[in-house]
Design a binder for this molecule. Structure first.
Ligand code: C5P
Length: 285
């Protein structure tokens, strides 16, 4: 018997490296970024229906209509396979929206994977990645997730093995969202972009101290200017290697081990009143 319901976890990502090469004619920016999935995840349950596409979300601030990336993903897949894929999606949000963690994009990619299983569709990962690029910039990465070097808007993906053992991360949540477009709008383009490819070999050796020194995000400077509170936190925890993920607002740092990560969460919550979370690199799928 084929299942009539499937479940998927939609992981968050952090950007271990993010360089902006320039502005493109379509208004987007050409990027080079290393995306890395962590074990903070939304949960999706996708159930077959006889008709229509509906979505319920446990966060009342999020849209449930055609503007939600989950619904966009269903529509894009229906178009690609030339048939309707009626379903109800129940989404439990754990990844904050507007947080630079790719939550909405990950939900969109997760629903593509779920529908492939639910409807037994003969669609390969590469094809799902192409479909995902139609409704977002970092959506394609989340089809396979893990660790990847991504170019273009993020849709040209080179998958990598990632660290041999999961790394321990601390995420800091400032408690307000940042619109990605505002950060790209405030960005001063560099004449001499940095090369981040070597960071992958440091990551693959699990060399924590070197990796901490390599973490880089070109968008950080624009985020600092737009949000002075974030600049304060970045400066105060600079010796810990605190970084911005994507266009913010989530900040992250690499801990030496799980115990240190838990200790840092307590310290950050007490000292700065910031919500924080210890997490690890996501398990490989
Ligand atoms: O892809 P997403 O819809 O999240 O992007 C939001 C906005 O961020 C875009 O409309 C664009 O202004 C900016 N952006 C960009 N270059 C990228 C990704 C996003 O300029 N590679």
């Amino acid at each position: 018997m084929k299942p009539s319901t499937v479940e998927e976890r939609a992981h968050a990502k952090i950007n271990l490296w993010l360089e902006v090469l320039g502005r493109r004619d379509d208004g987007y920016h050409e990027l080079e970024t290393i995306m890395h999935e962590v074990d903070l995840a939304d949960r999706l349950v996708v159930a077959k229906r006889s008709e229509g596409v509906t979505l319920s979300v446990d966060d009342p601030t999020l849209p449930t209509g055609g503007e939600n990336l989950v619904v966009k993903a269903v529509r894009a897949l229906e178009e690609a396979v030339g048939r309707s894929l009626p379903c109800h999606v129940t989404l439990e949000k754990r990844i904050p929206a507007g947080g630079g963690l790719g939550g909405g994009s990950s939900d969109g990619a997760a629903v593509l994977r779920a529908l492939r299983r639910l409807y037994d569709l003969a669609v390969e990962d590469r094809e799902l990645e192409r479909i995902a690029a139609e409704f977002g910039s970092d959506t394609s990465f989340f089809v396979r997730g893990g660790t990847a070097f991504c170019r273009g808007r993020g849709e040209r993906i080179e998958h990598h093995g990632g660290p041999p053992v999961p790394l321990n991360w601390v995420l800091l949540f400032p408690g307000f969202p940042i619109a990605t477009a505002s950060v790209f709008g405030a960005l001063a383009l560099t004449e001499s972009p940095r090369e981040g490819y070597d960071v992958l070999s440091v990551l693959e050796r699990s060399d924590v101290a070197s990796l901490r020194r390599c973490l880089f995000n070109r968008l950080e400077e624009a985020v600092r200017r737009l949000h002075p509170r974030i600049a304060e936190w970045l400066d105060a925890m600079a010796d810990r290697g605190l970084r911005v993920s994507g266009s913010g607002s989530t900040l992250f740092l690499l801990a030496n081990d799980a115990a240190e990560a838990e200790g840092l969460v307590k310290e950050i919550e007490e000292r700065w009143g910031l919500k924080a979370l210890a997490t690890r690199s996501a398990p490989t799928r």
